[in-house]
Design a protein around this ligand. Structure first.
Ligand code: IMP
Ligand code: MG
Length: 180
């Protein structure tokens, strides 16, 4: 596989689609075991988690599993609002239910902690978190993550749903930035 260019940046292959598929199956197997007797609502955080959610959810064999989608935005224009907005919200009643947040990546943990706080207001029985990628060295907030497919160092990555300025989401493998 070759390097790719997205706008002004160059990226090189980092995690292959085969490696991703294995990691996704491992996470699904753990969730299938832990939540077998529940009626869990998987909550895919758009945009980045859409590819992971599609693959993960098809590996879930819990008969009463459901999926829904929310959209979060922490930046408006080029400025961080310092607050995460749910720009397309939750339509399901989650009170008393087990919710499984599906995230693409946890970096500082800010998005996740804000989302968990918002969901908590709706009185769910439990909130679990499944993330494709986790950058443990970047974590700044004390937030519990139940299921991590892959731990990575703090470099910027794209592919498999993750973007650089909205580009690269369609890449089947994950690429990391080439520093020059
Ligand atoms: P956090 O709120 O700092 O944990 O950042 C989470 C959000 O930042 C993710 O949902 C992504 O949208 C974005 N993000 C963080 N790291 C990367 C990366 O390496 N590539 C692409 N997007 C990223
Ligand atoms: Mg995201």
């Amino acid at each position: 596989m070759d390097t790719i260019k997205l706008k002004d940046l160059t990226f090189k292959p980092y995690i292959s689609k085969e490696e991703i598929a294995t990691a996704v199956k491992n996470v699904a197997a753990r969730i299938n075991k832990d939540l077998a007797d529940k009626n869990p609502l998987f909550l895919c955080v758009l945009n980045g988690a859409f590819v992971f959610a599609a693959d993960l959810f098809r590996e879930i064999n819990i008969p009463d599993a459901e999926i829904s989608f929310i959209r979060m935005k922490s930046y408006i224009g080029t400025h961080s609002t310092g607050e995460v907005h749910m720009i397309s919200g939750l339509h399901e009643d989650i009170s008393g239910r087990t919710v499984v947040i599906i995230e693409d990546i946890v970096d500082s943990g800010f998005t996740l902690i804000q989302l968990k706080e918002k969901l908590q207001e709706c009185n769910p029985a439990d909130i679990k978190v499944a993330t494709l990628l986790f950058k443990p060295e970047s974590l700044k907030y004390d937030v519990n993550i139940d299921y991590v497919a892959l731990d990575i160092p703090p470099a910027f990555i794209v592919g498999y749903g993750l973007d650089y300025d909205e580009l690269g989401r369609n890449l089947k493998d994950i690429y990391t930035i080439v520093q020059d």
